[in-house]
Design a protein around this ligand. Structure first.
Ligand SMILES: [Mg+2]
Length: 242
């Protein structure tokens, strides 16, 4: 079965000090409608503790650095899809990061402009990104109207507009998880990358030599696909490899 297949591949590279890149939402924790409540549970802390002790491990996420640190603590993190890094206790920002923080603060301060028109919308300031959460907007006309407005806004402030499951997001341009992981990687060492989202496809594509694992059954360029329910099982199996 699929886990055995992945495990035997990992066994072959285990002694070469693989670097491990784990997405958070939809990979390590389920996606829920209240994104501010995605705290790590005790099983996940057990897994993360082991991985960060045994391997060079990074949690790679679209969330803001503060938010993800609030959920998991002070592990190595690539946040905002690679807009900001937290590595061995040091914060590293990409070029122009502060400029986008200011742009986002400005949009967030004026969020009433959007909330008046879309009362079920939730807006989150990610300090270098803005998240428009549509989980409570059921009407598809309303969703389309919002998309149009956010795209226009993105073009005006020179940020990328991204569409995900129930979300629209403004992101720092020219940044993606694939580039971010490449920047961190030591190319003489193997890598294991696990993620569930379209943003993780860039990570898989840009790191074609890595052991890439897609979570979910959508089309992917990753070498393997597993269901969300199997991710922790796989990680625990890796812990127990003798
Ligand atoms: Mg994800």
């Amino acid at each position: 079965m699929i886990l055995n297949k992945i495990l035997s591949t990992i066994k072959q590279i285990r002694d070469l000090e693989p670097q491990i890149f784990l997405d958070y939402d939809g990979t390590l924790v389920p996606i829920i409608n209240d994104p501010e409540k995605s705290y790590a549970d005790s099983e996940l802390f057990y897994i993360l503790d082991y991985f960060f002790r045994k391997y060079e491990t990074f949690v790679v996420t679209g969330r803001s650095l503060n938010e993800i640190r609030g959920f998991i603590g002070n592990y190595n993190i690539i946040a905002l899809h690679g807009g900001i890094y937290y590595i061995n206790g040091n914060i590293i920002e990409v070029y122009n990061y502060q400029k986008y923080v200011n742009v986002c603060n400005n949009i967030y301060d004026n969020r009433d402009e959007y909330l008046r028109e879309f009362p079920n919308l939730r807006v989150y300031n990610k300090n270098g990104g803005i998240l428009f959460h549509m989980g409570n907007i059921k009407n598809s006309d309303e969703r389309r109207g919002l998309l149009k407005k956010v795209k226009y806004l993105g073009a005006r402030v020179n940020m990328d507009t991204y569409m995900g499951k129930d979300i629209l997001e403004l992101r720092i341009p020219y940044i993606n998880k694939g580039e971010a992981i490449k920047r961190i990687r030591n190319t003489s060492r193997p890598a294991i990358i696990i993620g569930d989202d379209i943003t993780d496809e860039e990570a898989f594509m840009e790191n074609a030599d890595a052991i890439t694992i897609k979570v979910g059954n959508e089309t992917t360029v990753a070498k393997y696909s597993i269901n969300f329910e199997l991710v922790r099982e796989l990680l625990i199996d890796i812990i127990n490899i003798k």
